[in-house]
Design a protein around this ligand. Structure first.
Ligand SMILES: [Zn+2]
Length: 333
């Protein structure tokens, strides 16, 4: 199944449209129902295909017209046992996917009028869990394209502790470098190069085991990889990659010429982490990296991201989104 083909799932492209499509909890529960049972509306107990009864006071419950048994729409989903109204969850999914830089829990709490910060944080954290799964497949592997690899220090405060690295976390990154078709309006910028998909992960250290281990989990074997000439990357060729190491990457001009995309990714990532989230603790960093990856890889298709996330809300926890993504999605990001 390809979620982008699911025309029955809403695809709001503006606030007024969102409001029209999701005016209340009942509309949200109808969307969940469609998302879960895609082949028409069939009762999971008796198989009857008929519009179920909805209980006005309990929007998460549907009752079969034939056997009168009830089905809990939220059982097993990330929303189970949540006291937050369904409509707030959908607003959350909409805000998270339609605001380009994303939102902090504080902004989010204010926008949705939630009384408790913990509620806002909890919702965002669960939506973030939905944003990780589609991006587990390895990038690269296409003819005529290569992948840039690098690592950087993220977060932490150094004030009052002297020079050097304190409380910072090492993040390894891989990004596909693609080429615009010659003759198109944008092919003059950066020689027509632009960033494709990205992968980000926390690395233990700068050893070959950590860095090459990251590459093996993130990039298809056989891909052409461009990195600096740090010894941690030296064994990539032995591990089945075509590897070009660039000397003197500390020189900004060399870096701009040979590894422009990875530096763009790091600069966007750091701006995003500092500006939106005012710094992030190491404990939650991987979740934020996942959210950044999800956004970056869908930056041209934000509204598809809402459709995906609203679909995810209706699924059982642990649902493997990866399987549901066809190549079509991979080629449009
Ligand atoms: Zn039934």
């Amino acid at each position: 199944m390809d979620i982008l083909q699911r025309d029955d799932l809403a695809f709001p492209q503006s606030f007024p449209e969102f409001q029209r499509l999701f005016p209340d909890d009942a509309a949200c529960s109808a969307n969940l129902w469609r998302a879960r049972w895609s082949d028409g509306i069939a009762c999971p107990h008796c198989g009857a295909v008929a519009e179920p009864f909805r209980i006005a006071t309990r929007p998460g419950i549907l009752e079969c017209r034939a056997c009168r048994r009830q089905t809990g729409l939220l059982v097993g989903t990330v929303m189970e046992r949540s006291h937050t109204p369904l409509s707030v969850w959908f607003w959350a999914a909409y805000l998270v996917t339609s605001q380009t830089p994303g939102m902090s829990a504080v902004q989010f709490q204010r926008q949705l009028g939630l009384t408790r910060y913990e509620t806002a944080f909890g919702i965002l954290h669960k939506l973030r869990a939905g944003m990780v799964r589609p991006d587990q497949d390895r990038i690269g592997g296409r003819a005529g394209e290569h992948v840039e690899i690098d690592e950087t220090w993220v977060g932490g405060r150094t004030r009052g502790e002297g020079r050097g690295i304190h409380h910072k976390t090492l993040v390894a990154a891989a990004v596909e470098v693609r080429h615009r078709k010659p003759g198109t309006a944008q092919d003059k910028r950066k020689d027509g190069r632009y960033a494709g998909r990205v992968r980000l992960a926390i690395a233990d250290d700068r050893s070959a085991d950590s860095l090459c281990g990251f590459v093996e989990s993130a990039v298809m074997p056989g891909s052409l990889i461009v990195s600096d000439d740090w010894s941690g990357y030296a064994s990539l060729r032995k591990r089945g990659y075509d590897h070009h190491a660039i000397a003197e990457c500390g020189d900004p001009e060399v870096a701009e010429e040979f590894m422009p995309m990875i530096h763009l990714v790091f600069s966007n990532l750091k701006t995003w982490l500092n500006g939106i989230h005012h710094g992030v603790s190491a404990k939650h960093l991987q979740a934020y990296l996942n959210e950044f990856t999800f956004r970056f890889n869908r930056r041209f298709y934000l509204f598809n991201a809402f459709r995906l996330l609203s679909w995810y809300l209706g699924q059982r926890r642990g649902t493997d989104l990866g399987e549901l993504f066809t190549r079509r999605v991979a080629t449009c990001i």
